[in-house]
Design a protein around this ligand. Structure first.
Ligand code: AHR
Length: 504
C-alpha cells in the first residue's frame, strides 16, 4: 500500500499547548500507595517517594497532573488530607470500595510534583459537597496569608500558596455511578455558582466544567449544551473523557482515533452552538482530561471487592497490561489530540502509575515501562511549536464500528524557533505495510538540507507486552527504511505500527 502526506509549516492547526501532555493521579488502587509512594522500598527517598518512579515520570514528560480524582473526588473531604499525618482520619472510599488512609494529601502530592517537575491541576468535590467546600480548598491552597485557612496551610508546612491555576468543577457528574450524580440542569447551576464564587476569589483561574464521561452516554451532546448554557461565561474548558479497548474486532479498534476525532468535533460544535446562541465572543476549549486504553468494564474489578467489612487499602485495581497493538492505538489517540490542537488545549492521560498506567511497579520490586510509555514520551518530547495538518492521502478500509476509515493517519508539528519538525504516523492495516511518501518541498522552502530519523513501535507479535518478568520486551526501534530524494522522503510503516519521524 502507498500513502502520501505533505509537511507544510503554513498548514497550521494551532499551537501545541504543553498541557496536552498532562496526566492524572487518582487515589485509586495502587496509584498513590505502592505506586508513587512506598516508604521502605529500596528506591524510596526521605519522603517515602519511589525515586525510580520519579525518574520514569520525568522521562515520560508529563506537564500538569490532575488530582485527586476521578470518581474518588466525589466522596473526598479535602480537610482529611492535610495536617499532621497521625491525626488524619482513615475514610471509606465508596467509589472504589477501599480504605483511604490519607497518608498522602495535598501537601505531600505537591512535594512529589516538585520532584517530577509537573504542575498541579485540582478537582473539587461537587458530588457530595458544594460551593463552600470548594471555596475553602481554594483559599487554603491559593491565598498567600491572612486568614485562618491560609494560616493553617502555613502551620501544615507551606508558608507560600500552592498557586493552583487549573481547577476541575467535579468529575463525571453525568455518570449514574458518580456519588452525587446530577442532571445536566442541576449540575450546570451548581457548576456556574461555584465557578462564579471561585472567580470572585481570583478571576484568572482556569476552570473546567464536566462534559460527558463518554460519547456513548445517553445524554451526550445535550449534556454539553445544557451545562454550557449555564456556565459559558464562567468557565474556560469543557472536559472530554474517552477510553478505548479491543472488543474482539481489531480493525475497528485500530480506528479508535477516528472516534476520538468525531467526539472532539461534536463537543466543539456544541460549544460553538452555545457561543452562537449567546452571541458570545468567547471560545470554550476542551480539556480532554481522561483518555487512554482501558480493558476493564468500568467497575469489573471493584465489583469483586464487596462487603461492609471488606475495605482494602490500595488493592490491585485496573492494572491493565498493554500490548503493542494497544500502544499503536494509544499513539493514534495522541495524533487525534494534536490534530485538534486549536481546541484541545489541555489533556490528561488517565492514569500514570499502576492504574491503567504507562508506568508499573511491584512492591519492593522494580518499576517498568508499559508499551504505551513510548508514544507518550516521544510525542511529549518532540511535538513542540505548532501542529500541522499534513493532508493525508491514504488507502481506506472498512470497519464495523466507524465505517470506511483511512489506513494511515498522521499529524506533524513544527518548532518555529529551531526549525525542527516531527511527524507522527499510524498504520492501521492488520496485514499490509504502507510506504508513505512525504513531500517536504514547503518545509524546505529555503532549500536547506533536512536530516530525517525515525522510530517505530511494531512487533511480529502485536500482543507482546512489557511485564514484571520481561520488562523490556517491547521497545521503540529505529526505522531504517527512510530514504531521501530531493524534496521527498519515503518511509515504510509495518502493519499495526506507530512511527515518529524527526526532521532537523
Ligand atoms: O480513570 C478511572 C476512572 O474513570 C475515573 O475515576 C473516572 O473519572 C472515570 O470513570
Amino acid at each position: 500500500l502507498n500513502a502520501r502526506i505533505t509537511v507544510n509549516p503554513r498548514q497550521t492547526i494551532g499551537a501545541v499547548n504543553r498541557r496536552l501532555f498532562g496526566s492524572f493521579v487518582e487515589h485509586l488502587g495502587r496509584s498513590v500507595y505502592d505506586g508513587i509512594y512506598e516508604p521502605g522500598h529500596p528506591a524510596a527517598d526521605a519522603d517515602g517517594f519511589r525515586t525510580d518512579v520519579i525518574e520514569l515520570v520525568k522521562e515520560l514528560g508529563v506537564s500538569a497532573i490532575r488530582y485527586p480524582g476521578g470518581n474518588f473526588v466525589s466522596g473526598f473531604r479535602w480537610e482529611d488530607s492535610v495536617g499532621p499525618v497521625a491525626d488524619r482520619p482513615r475514610r471509606l472510599d465508596l467509589a472504589w470500595h477501599s480504605t483511604e488512609t490519607n497518608e498522602i494529601g495535598l501537601h505531600e502530592f505537591q512535594t512529589w510534583l516538585d520532584k517530577v517537575g509537573s504542575e498541579l491541576m485540582l478537582a473539587v468535590n461537587l458530588g457530595t459537597r458544594g460551593t463552600l467546600e470548594a471555596l475553602d480548598l481554594l483559599e487554603y491552597a491559593n491565598l498567600p496569608g491572612g486568614t485562618a485557612l491560609a494560616e493553617r496551610r502555613a502551620e501544615n508546612g507551606r508558608a507560600s500558596a500552592f498557586g493552583v491555576k487549573m481547577w476541575c468543577l467535579g468529575n463525571e457528574m453525568d455518570g449514574p455511578w458518580q456519588l452525587g450524580h446530577r442532571s445536566a440542569d442541576d449540575y450546570g447551576k451548581l457548576a456556574a455558582q461555584t465557578a462564579r464564587a471561585m472567580r470572585s476569589f481570583d478571576p484568572d483561574l482556569e476552570l473546567v466544567v464536566c462534559g460527558s464521561s463518554s460519547a456513548t452516554m445517553p445524554t451526550f451532546g445535550e449534556w454539553e449544551r445544557v451545562v454550557l448554557t449555564h456556565t459559558y461565561d464562567d468557565v474556560d474548558y469543557i472536559s472530554c473523557h474517552a477510553y478505548y479497548e479491543d472488543k474482539g474486532d481489531l480493525p475497528s479498534y485500530l480506528a479508535s482515533g477516528v472516534n476520538m476525532d468525531h467526539f472532539i468535533d461534536s463537543v466543539v460544535a456544541t460549544a460553538d452552538h452555545v457561543k452562537a446562541v449567546r452571541g458570545s465572543d468567547k471560545t470554550i476549549n476542551i480539556s480532554f482530561d481522561e483518555w487512554n486504553i482501558w480493558y476493564n468494564t468500568r467497575f469489573e474489578n471493584v465489583d469483586k471487592i464487596q462487603g461492609v467489612d471488606n475495605w482494602p487499602t490500595a488493592p490491585r485495581l485496573l492494572e491493565d497490561q498493554y500490548s503493542v497493538a494497544d500502544a499503536v492505538v494509544f499513539g493514534s489517540l495522541l495524533i487525534a489530540l494534536l490534530k485538534h490542537a486549536d481546541r484541545v488545549t489541555s489533556a490528561s492521560l488517565a492514569q500514570l502509575v499502576n492504574v491503567i498506567a504507562p508506568i508499573m511497579t511491584e512492591p519492593g520490586g522494580p518499576a517498568w515501562k508499559q508499551t504505551t510509555f513510548f508514544p507518550f514520551a516521544a510525542t511529549s518530547q518532540h511535538a513542540v511549536g505548532t501542529a500541522l495538518d499534513v493532508a493525508v492521502e491514504s488507502p481506506t478500509y472498512d470497519t464495523a464500528d466507524y465505517g470506511t476509515v483511512p489506513v494511515v493517519d498522521a499529524v506533524a508539528t513544527h518548532d518555529e524557533t529551531t526549525g525542527a519538525a516531527s511527524v507522527y504516523l499510524v498504520n492501521r492495516s492488520t496485514d499490509d505495510e504502507v510506504t508513505v511518501t512525504i513531500d517536504l518541498a514547503p518545509y524546505r522552502r529555503n532549500g536547506a538540507d533536512v536530516h530525517a530519523t525515525a522510530r517505530t513501535l511494531a512487533d511480529d507479535d502485536i500482543h507482546a507486552a512489557n511485564t514484571l518478568q520481561q520488562p523490556e520486551r517491547v521497545q521503540l526501534h529505529a526505522n531504517d527504511s527512510v530514504q531521501r530524494d530531493g524534496d521527498t522522503i519515503t518511509i515504510v510503516l509495518p502493519a499495526v505500527s506507530w512511527t515518529e519521524i524527526l526532521l532537523a
